[in-house]
Design a protein around this ligand. Sequence first.
Ligand SMILES: Nc1ncnc2c1ncn2[C@@H]1O[C@H](COP(=O)(O)OP(=O)(O)OP(=O)(O)O)[C@@H](O)[C@H]1O
Length: 241
Amino acid sequence: MTCAIEFDHLTKLYNNARGIDDLNLTVQQGEIFGFLGPNGAGKTTVMKMMTGLIKPDRGDVRLFGSSVQNQYIDAIQHVGSLIETAESFPYLTAFENLKLHGRYYEQVDNKRIHECLEITGLSKFAHEKTRKFSLGMKQRLGIATAILSEPKLLILDEPLNGLDVEGMLDIRALIKKMSSEQGTTFFISSHLIHDVEVTCTRIGILLNSRLTSVDSTETILQNFSSLEHYFINEVERNARI
Ligand SMILES: Nc1ncnc2c1ncn2[C@@H]1O[C@H](COP(=O)(O)OP(=O)(O)OP(=O)(O)O)[C@@H](O)[C@H]1O
């Protein structure tokens, strides 16, 4: 089976020497991979390179076997993403925003748009202009946009940003359902440690631009009482190296 994601010596270091340094990792189809790290560790930088928003200094990312550098259209065609803030056209309604986005995909019709609004709890706001939306509502619309084309891989940067408790539970359940029922692969960045623990099947820790450890959630929780303890242990271990 083709891997969903292969990072091959992926490197991007900014002038301040921060970014990501020599990332090597594979993620199999159907995994919910959690990319955990403190502010400024390099998570968003990696996701921007995965989606072609910035170019690496060195290395590459392959999505379903296709290189983001050299076979961009093939690499990106089955990908949905939400990176940094969830942007929308403020003078269009939620429905109109999704309609606009759906033009890129043959299979997206009005039924699918309403389905995505329903899944993300936005049905009752479908015909409101998004400039009136709260942060959490914008985030829900960002997720609706990301899942619209039923992508095989979802790259989500801090997907729970700004969501209320109900919103967090809904999105967490959605991720698990898409993974188990449709085999959707997720690559999720977060610094919300509990959320990563209960959502992700495998976890990579990024500290100071380097991936320091990768393990399945099951194995981590066999050895540590919580992901938080594992994370603290990793931070201390790396401080000693
Ligand atoms: N365009 C840029 N120019 C210079 N430095 C940058 C740029 N973008 C990011 N950085 C630096 O790279 C580091 C990693 O940033 P990145 O946004 O990837 O981190 P992150 O892990 O996503 O953090 P957060 O959890 O705060 O979103 C930061 O320390 C930041 O200073």
